[in-house]
Design a protein around this ligand. Structure first.
Ligand SMILES: Cc1cc2nc3c(=O)[nH]c(=O)nc-3n(C[C@H](O)[C@H](O)[C@H](O)COP(=O)(O)OP(=O)(O)OC[C@H]3O[C@@H](n4cnc5c(N)ncnc54)[C@H](O)[C@@H]3O)c2cc1C
Ligand code: SF4
Ligand code: SF4
Ligand code: SF4
Length: 386
């Protein structure tokens, strides 16, 4: 019987690298808690080759980290891109550059069953569903293998995702590919697909025929949930119309902000630090102007853009972006997940179970998730454009 041990629920980030590399295909993912899965080895089949251990970034990460070379406030010069993205639309401009150079873009999309997974786009149009933050863990099953094949064929490839997803890819690939550009996000943590499914059922999104959810629907900068009944996101002028989800039903966003349903690994995340695993890092530029004056309006969204390698710099120099150099200390001051993990609240012990069984009213009361006066005022102000 094999004596190989992979990560447990406290450290596994569900990157699927171990499963992808196993020559005996004897690793399966089983649900452990709160909708998160962990790899289970069929000990009778395992030949103890150690390949899974060698590709696990939580056990064998060796690629190293880069302290940002450049810190920018940035946004897309295309106003439509800027206002329909979570921060300043930098992702879409990098994607545009990669596609224009015959490359492919890998990122997270939500399908019409409201499931989030990584996919590969070879046209700019197909990168549009990747736009916007989905506050759900994205399923990576099989994607690293496909990426490796494309890289070996010399295709220019942009891989985007959370820092652990990039570290997982770096470890899986083992060697550096000059045609690979990696772009991570500053990451607060991820809830499971299971928790999001339970939430959707609870507030009857699926029953109401919803086939797309946005977590950052603001036509500007901020957090606001919205839903759409037709999946029309591939075409700009599609029939689907976004509708705000009411503050009362948007308790998912407040539970996300409070960190009540993250993967256990997120509370001891090794990537919540200024040194980065990617060529480029994107985030919201919270706290802009706190150290050095910033003389532009931020209402349409501002990205924090960290360029961590010369390869990243070469790409950014070719993108259609507003850029202003900023002090790294300002970025660190405004965005705590750049230097520390999200704290594990005591409510994490019970929240996922309660999400399944309690009424929305009781759940919100128990965990302090009731909407504030500001939550009601925000959509109104937006409607009145004040
Ligand atoms: C789970 C999560 C937590 C985050 N936490 C923070 C935070 O604490 N502080 C902060 O400043 N910023 C955070 N961000 C990043 C921020 O919300 C923006 O995504 C980022 O600033 C890029 O914005 P953009 O306007 O350039 O591009 P956008 O178009 O808004 O971003 C799209 C990019 O995000 C990727 N993406 C979207 N959803 C996921 C997902 N579920 N998993 C992996 N990749 C995904 C896409 O692949 C694409 O690369 C988080 C994002 C996610 C997805
Ligand atoms: S040690 Fe080898 S055979 Fe065993 S689970 Fe890991 S990769 Fe598969
Ligand atoms: S390789 Fe990824 S999925 Fe496998 S144990 Fe490590 S973190 Fe978990
Ligand atoms: S907080 Fe860390 S472990 Fe959790 S999803 Fe983000 S990068 Fe991965």
């Amino acid at each position: 019987m094999s004596s190989i041990h992979l990560c447990d629920i406290n450290t596994c980030t569900q990157c699927h690298a171990c499963e992808s590399v196993c020559p005996k295909q004897c690793i399966d993912f089983k649900e452990a808690e709160c909708g998160f899965f962990i790899p289970i080895i069929d000990k009778a089949v395992c030949v103890e080759c150690g390949a899974c251990i060698n590709v696990c970034h939580q056990i064998s990460y060796s690629k190293g980290y880069n302290l940002p070379l450049y810190t920018y406030a940035a946004w897309s010069l295309d106003e439509n891109v800027r206002t329909s993205s979570s921060s300043g639309g930098v992702f879409s401009e990098i994607a545009r550059y990669i596609i224009a150079n015959d490359g492919v873009v890998v990122g997270a999309v939500m399908n019409k069953d409201l499931k989030v997974h990584h996919t590969i786009a070879n046209s700019y149009e197909n990168t549009i569903p990747m736009r916007g933050s989905k506050y759900v863990q994205s399923d990576l099953s099989g994607i690293y293998r496909q990426v490796k094949e494309l890289l070996m064929n010399g295709i220019l490839l942009l891989f985007t995702g959370t820092p652990c997803q990039i570290a997982g890819l770096n470890t899986f690939l083992k060697k550096d590919y000059k045609n690979l550009i990696t772009c991570d996000l500053v990451c607060h943590g991820v809830p499971s697909q299971g928790s999001f499914d339970t939430y959707c059922d609870k507030v009857c999104l699926k029953r109401d025929g919803v086939s797309a959810v946005s977590f950052r629907y603001t036509q500007g900068w901020g957090l606001q949930m919205a839903s759409k009944k037709y999946h029309a996101s591939f075409v700009k002028d599609g029939k689907g119309k976004w509708k705000n989800i009411s503050p009362k039903r948007s308790f998912y966003l407040r539970a996300f902000t409070k960190g009540l349903m993250f993967s256990e690994a997120c509370y001891s995340c090794p990537y919540a630090r200024p040194e980065r695993v990617s060529d480029i890092t994107l985030a919201d530029y919270w706290g802009i102007g706190s150290i050095k004056p910033f003389n532009y309006s931020t209402t349409k969204g501002v990205s924090l853009l960290l360029v961590n390698t010369e390869r990243g710099k070469n790409v950014i120099d070719e993108c259609r972006l507003f850029l202003e150099n900023r002090p790294l200390e300002e970025a660190l001051k405004g965005n705590h997940n750049l230097s520390m993990c999200s704290a594990r609240p005591s409510g994490r012990d019970t929240f996922c179970k309660d999400l399944e069984t309690m009424s929305v009213f009781s759940l919100c009361r128990k965990y302090g998730l009731q909407p504030s006066f500001k939550d009601y005022l925000r959509p109104l102000k937006r409607m009145l454009k004040i």
